[in-house]
Design a protein around this ligand. Structure first.
Ligand code: FE
Length: 157
């Protein structure tokens, strides 16, 4: 084997090692088949939550919602974010400076070629959005950029 082929083999082995690592499935309390999710979610909810899609900026009615209440998972109703942690990031997506700890889980995705911190519902695994480090400096410095389609708003009584 010449050097070029050896390098190709090494690259191939490394790529597959990464793949296995990234594709290790977390096990979620709520597990449904793809067909079940498709049947019970709207097309947009399914695209975002199950296909890691992103809704159009400024398209969610929740983007400009600042009423007191709780944002729960649109798929399984797990409480994910609180209104007191919501802020106007100007991005066009509902933004929070923190999650409800323990109810949201994180992974790394490379979907746009760079590493981003992906976040998903810890109960059903539904994709929510991404976390960035350009949030409010006075609080956490984090910006949880969340698809409104992945959330349901429960107003405070
Ligand atoms: Fe969920």
């Amino acid at each position: 084997m010449n050097h070029k082929n050896l390098i190709l083999v090494i690259v191939f082995v490394l790529l597959n090692a990464c793949k296995t690592e990234a594709q290790k499935e977390e096990s979620f309390k709520i597990q449904k088949t793809d067909a079940e999710w498709k049947a019970e979610l709207t097309d947009l909810q399914y695209y975002v939550l199950r296909k890691q899609g992103t809704e159009r900026a400024f398209s969610s009615p929740l983007d400009k919602n600042y009423s007191p209440g709780t944002y729960v998972c649109a798929a399984c109703s797990t409480p994910l974010f609180k209104s007191e942690h919501k802020f106007n990031s100007g991005s066009g997506w509902p933004s929070f400076d923190r999650e409800i700890e323990g109810n949201v889980a994180f992974s790394v995705d490379y979907n746009i070629g760079v590493a981003r911190t992906e976040e998903h519902c810890a109960t059903c695994g539904g994709h929510l959005g991404h976390v960035f480090n350009d949030g409010p400096r006075k609080t956490t410095g984090k910006r949880h950029c969340i698809n409104g389609a992945a959330l349901k708003f429960i107003p405070k009584k």
